[in-house]
Design a protein around this ligand. Structure first.
Ligand SMILES: [Zn+2]
Length: 342
């Protein structure tokens, strides 16, 4: 058991011990010293059993103010928190219980299964629906890989977050890295189809987004990055990584013209995707709506849950845009010379 969790349990055990001692002091007249010792011993045994059962699923949600510091993340969620549970079995069983993380876990667990099924169906599409089946399945596969990694790291993090300080720290780093994977994976098919006839800028933009993505993953490994004070910085880093797509977008618009960019280039869907992601990041950073209704959004509709839903919606909108780009390329054929565009 890590030291902080150990301390928390020691405190709970100590408080129960104190209660037992006080009760026993009142009954001092009735019992002999020996009887008291026996009772205290039984009380301790019951407490140990209680702690054990808590790990094994017989736990109750607790208010924010009694959480150990490492579990205190959002002080607008007043009640409904899981206590520290240093057992992976208990953490995974808590997926089926109602608490502050239930919505966070299920939004990305279901999202992950959805993209996994969609990815499998897409990869098994007949090769005759593609101009270059192998290459295209790899670039679209990069998007699915990014989405599945992001969503699975996320639901896993929210599931084991209450295990212990060490486990929560490791999984939060994976969770943040997953967002960078989703963004990098989303760029791959979009750049491939948008710059189909200009491999050089396509390659340069890909390298740039990979460097920026690796930089975001590197900064996510710092312990301070996961702290509540850095909530705004975290949102900023990932919004910034996503917004690096503005430069290739402008490049595409200048070369193709606004009309072709919105029709052939699917800019409308990409714009909607950006709006969904940025709205999610703003709600996350500002902790809206729970900021205005502390204690009213403890279980449902708090900012992190809304952010999760918007991430899944944004990824789906991106997939829709990319599959339209793929369809356009299929209809236009593999040739470039006659188009004269990017
Ligand atoms: Zn999350």
């Amino acid at each position: 058991m890590p030291p902080s969790t150990d301390c928390w349990y020691k405190r709970v055990v100590h408080e129960k011990e104190k209660e037992t001692t006080e009760r026993e002091e009142e009954e001092e007249d009735k019992s002999s010293d020996e009887g008291l010792l026996l009772q205290a011993h039984h009380a301790m045994e019951r407490m140990e059993e209680f702690v054990h059962k808590m790990w094994e699923g017989r736990w109750r949600v607790i208010p924010h103010d009694v959480l150990p510091d490492w579990l205190k993340d959002n002080d607008f969620l007043l009640h409904g928190h899981r206590p520290p549970m240093p057992s992976f079995r208990a953490c995974f069983k808590s997926i089926f219980r109602i608490h502050t993380e239930t919505g966070n876990i299920w939004t990305h667990l279901l999202g992950c299964l959805f993209f996994l099924c969609l990815g499998i169906v897409y990869m098994f599409r007949p090769n005759m629906s593609f101009v270059a089946p192998f290459q295209e399945k790899i670039v679209i596969g990069a998007f699915f890989l990014g989405a599945i990694l992001c969503l699975s790291f996320s639901w896993l993090f929210h599931t084991v977050y209450c295990h212990s300080e060490g486990v929560s720290r490791v999984f939060s780093k994976l969770d943040y890295s997953g967002i960078a994977f989703l963004i990098m994976g989303s760029f791959v098919p979009w750049l491939y189809y948008s710059f189909y006839c200009s491999p050089q800028p396509c390659f340069i933009y890909l390298i740039v987004v990979c460097i920026l993505g690796i930089a975001a993953i590197t900064v996510s490994q710092c312990d301070f990055f996961a702290t509540p004070q850095y909530r705004g910085v975290r949102a900023g880093v990932f919004v910034g990584l996503g917004l690096s797509g503005v430069i290739p977008t402008l490049h595409f618009m200048i070369s193709e013209g606004f009309l072709r960019a919105t029709t052939m280039g699917q800019m409308g869907w990409l714009f909607l995707m950006a709006v969904l992601y940025i709205t999610g990041a703003c709600l996350y950073a500002a902790r809206i709506p729970e900021r205005f209704f502390p204690g009213k959004c403890d279980i449902w509709f708090h900012s992190h849950q809304l952010f999760h839903i918007l991430v899944v919606a944004g990824a789906f909108v991106h997939f829709h845009g990319v599959s339209n780009l793929q369809e356009f390329r299929y209809t236009a054929g593999g040739g470039c010379a006659e188009e004269g565009g990017v």
